[in-house]
Design a protein around this ligand. Sequence first.
Ligand code: SAJ
Length: 416
Amino acid sequence: MGQHPTKICVVGIGYIGLPTAAIFAQTGFDVLGYDVNSSVVDALNQGQITIEEPQLGDIVAQVVASGKLRASTTIEPADAFFIAVPTPVNVDNSADLSYIEQACQTVLKVLKAGDIVVLESTSPPGTTDDVVVKILEKSGLIIGSDIFVAHTPERVIPGRILEELVHNSRIIGGINDASSQAVAALFATFVKGKIIETDAKTAEMCKVMENTYRDINIALANEMAKICEQMGISAWQVREYANYHPRVNILMPGPGVGGHCIAVDPWFLVEKNPQLAQLIAKGRHINDSMPSHTYQLINKHIQPGSTLVILGVTFKPNVDDMRESPILELIEMLKQNGYQVVIHDPHVKAYCNDLYQVAQGADGVVLAVNHDDFNAVDFDKLHQALKGHVMIDTRNMWTDQLSGDLRFKHIVLGRG
Ligand code: SAJ
């Protein structure tokens, strides 16, 4: 390995790349954020961020002001490259690796002996060896001794990204030991969690399995909700009481699983192992059925043609991220079936309106996302604004507040 790395380039300054860039800059590295999107680059160079994430705005403003972080649409030589681009799935659920390929081609232009290349994007097991290394080999440099390559899956959760970047354990999957060691040393500059060195394919599989594990457990909660509805009992009570068992932790049912990770990554295993990945595929299908299940629940209680207020459109609570949000699919279904839909979401600029004005004259409310803000709804004001008073609560958020309140018809997903 060459000198200690001092300059870092993060390829893709989105939800993961930007916090990663910011934290390396805060640690003292000179960091360039490369992105093909010039509006993201321009915003960053002004010290502004284009996503909502606690603490991130302050740190970015600081490191941009101190000159430690800047952004460009032109790649530059660096000592270490971190690739943090999306890995979506195509309509047939096969992995779309084109962003990773493009990013590697970009890095290839400035690659020199001694450099480190880290793939952060969640990828089907085998991608580091079969895609990243293959492209970097075109440099003529010897991968593993001239160039160090590893996959270090990102496991931070939106809403707590900065805290988790530092405190989570970190798996470093090198294509050889020298690569793992070089990359581990970089992360050791700020990671306080355990740093584990392994091979690239194992690291890739760990990440995909973590999200698959969560997906399947949410699917179990969703299946339980459907069964409890049928049986006339509350899945929420079952969940609460069963979770008193020291070795049980049933997750929350809901209107679907969204985001760019949990709803996507399990397909990487299904695509490569269609015969073996039976439970994984089933879990995906169960979670994908939830927008339609929620639609049917709504349809049972409110006629098409009615106006509904949808509370929350993001893929999960307390973030502004709408990627793969199951609520968008639900809204589409409602519209197609003749419902009028108005949306309120305090986290999304376009829908950050006055709830009580938006609700004026509507026939019902669908609580779609469990944003904390919705705990503070003023039911007297809402009652006044609404014409009809059906409240479809997909997250069991209002059970305490609305219990015994005869002004509303409170319907809960998962409660028969
Ligand atoms: N959800 C439920 N019920 C639950 C928990 C979640 O329906 O009990 C839904 C959410 O509403 C959301 C989806 O699941 O639509 C995913 O949300 P999440 O909060 O579980 O996870 P993400 O997608 O924000 O982040 C996950 C995390 N992975 C795991 O918890 C195993 C995170 O650590 C990863 O870094 C991230 O994926 C990623 O980037 O892969």
